[in-house]
Design a protein around this ligand. Structure first.
Ligand code: HEM
Ligand code: HEM
Length: 166
């Protein structure tokens, strides 16, 4: 039986930790956006402040957890993936998205400037949706990429076809 070789797999607990944290951020972030825009945005008359605040408490806590999850992947996975030369473009995209999300989150927490905060909020929301799409894409790429074992098998059968044709 063909054994599929994987070059940079992460342990199950690390993957679950990342996926659950990302899902929590996506759920709380999306719920905030739906309620915020459905009630007229920041100037909405019926803006449910308490509910939006509650969502942001959970979201902010999950943001810290996401920093830990990202750190776990930075430690070993990124370097090994880079050396293997696979999934670099989507891997770097995920890193940039997470970096900008964490930076804009700091602006959301600490900036006293309304214009800067609005800009950070917009960028954060767009990239938030972006990272929720980019991480599954990065993970799915490993399924789409032929593994070394599959490439070796294809090369073997091409060689056999060539030699039998001679
Ligand atoms: C330059 C940066 C990166 C590179 C080159 C890279 C490379 C790779 C490669 C080659 C795989 C396929 C693994 C396999 O064959 O089984 C993979 C999968 C994966 N990557 Fe990355 N990666 C990078 C960044 C990241 C980051 C920053 C995260 C998360 C914060 C991440 C999360 C994952 C996950 C969850 C998988 C699926 C692992 C599995 O199914 O076992 N990667 N990556
Ligand atoms: C690395 C990942 C992320 C981190 C560290 C992070 C962190 C934060 C922090 C600290 C805040 C401010 C909380 C507050 O005002 O009390 C925030 C706001 C927000 N985040 Fe995230 N977040 C991340 C990912 C996401 C994702 C994936 C989404 C959406 C799918 C999202 C959507 C939002 C929204 C809608 C807000 C409210 C913006 C505003 O108040 O104007 N975030 N985030």
């Amino acid at each position: 039986m063909l054994e599929v070789q994987r070059t940079n797999s992460a342990p199950l607990w690390q993957r679950l930790f990342l996926y659950l944290t990302l899902s929590g951020l996506a759920v709380t972030g999306s719920a905030w956006m739906i309620i915020h825009y459905a009630t007229g945005g920041f100037s909405g008359e019926h803006r449910p402040y308490a509910m939006l605040h509650q969502l942001m408490i959970y979201h902010g806590i999950l943001g810290y957890v996401m920093a830990i999850a990202t750190g776990i992947f930075l430690g070993q996975h990124v370097a090994a993936g880079w050396r293997a030369g696979r999934s670099r473009a989507t891997g770097v995209s995920v890193m940039i998205l997470l970096g900008v999300l964490m930076s804009t989150a700091l602006v959301l927490y600490y900036s006293g400037n309304d214009a800067l905060r609005s800009l950070a909020s917009l960028v954060h929301q767009i990239l938030g949706v972006g990272v929720v799409l980019a991480i599954p894409l990065h993970v799915a790429q490993r399924i789409a990429q032929p593994t070394r074992a599959v490439r070796a098998m294809a090369a073997d059968s091409a060689r056999e076809t060539n030699s039998s044709a001679v």
